[in-house]
Ligand binder design. Structure first.
Ligand SMILES: [Zn+2]
Length: 231
């Protein structure tokens, strides 16, 4: 049993590495404004449906005994995840498992000038999918957990629609997020990536004049704000 778990962990690490989804040894600005040397690039994974499918198989296997009826994933990445996890759960259990999208809606009142990094957003389940969640056993899926705020908002939507949350499955936990923080007894992350991060003013990479990566993360916004970036 332990052996198969270790094998699985190895395969997960290989999938992330093969897709170049974890970039290290650089200077990044994260969505919440902090800086650090490593970046989890979830977009790189979604280029490869077979890899996405494989990762989602692992999530499905973890929740197979929990009688999941609906898998909910937030846009954008969660859409692919909800499809694949529902597909694999259906294949394993022989039942029809539904895949539902949670859409993003902006929260009014916070402008980009007030906070250049965090554009507040909430989630809604619409398109008629809200009726599919009520009184059903729901698994929420997400790609990367940073603060856990997004997934918590999705959970709140599921709860408010009368869905019965059975757990949360994620590709990568990079913020040491715990189940109790987001409101579930059952949080399963394929990978724990505890990446060091610093407040902007204390960033050793800034102090060493290491150039900021403008392709991944919010480096471009950061430099534009400082008047140091032009196209
Ligand atoms: Zn920095």
């Amino acid at each position: 049993m332990e052996d198969s778990k270790e094998k699985r962990q190895q395969e997960i690490r290989q999938i992330f590495a093969a897709a170049n989804a974890i970039v290290t040894g650089d200077h990044f600005v994260y969505a919440a404004g902090e800086h650090g040397s490593a970046y989890v690039n979830k977009d790189a994974i979604y280029l490869y449906p077979s890899k996405v499918s494989r990762l989602c198989r692992f999530i499905a296997e973890e929740f197979v005994a929990m009688n999941v009826q609906v898998v909910v994933g937030p846009v954008v990445g969660g859409v692919a995840l909800s499809q694949w996890v529902a597909f694999h759960l259906g294949e394993i259990t022989g039942r029809d498992i539904l895949a539902v999208i949670a859409d993003k809606v902006p929260v009014l009142g916070l402008t980009k000038e007030q906070n250049p990094y965090i554009v507040e957003e909430n989630f809604v389940i619409k398109r008629g999918y809200d009726a599919c969640v009520r009184d059903r056993r729901v698994l929420v899926v997400e790609d990367i957990l940073n603060s856990g705020m997004s997934v918590k908002k999705v959970i709140n939507v599921v709860n408010s629609l009368g869905g019965n949350l059975v757990g949360v499955g994620a590709l990568c936990n990079r913020g040491k997020v715990t189940g109790s923080q987001i409101g579930t007894h059952s949080l399963m992350c394929l990978m724990e990536a505890d990446l060091e991060k610093f407040p902007e003013a204390e960033c050793p990479l800034c102090q060493a004049n290491v150039p900021v990566n403008t392709k991944l993360g919010k480096g471009k916004d950061f430099l534009q704000r400082k008047g140091e970036f032009s196209n």
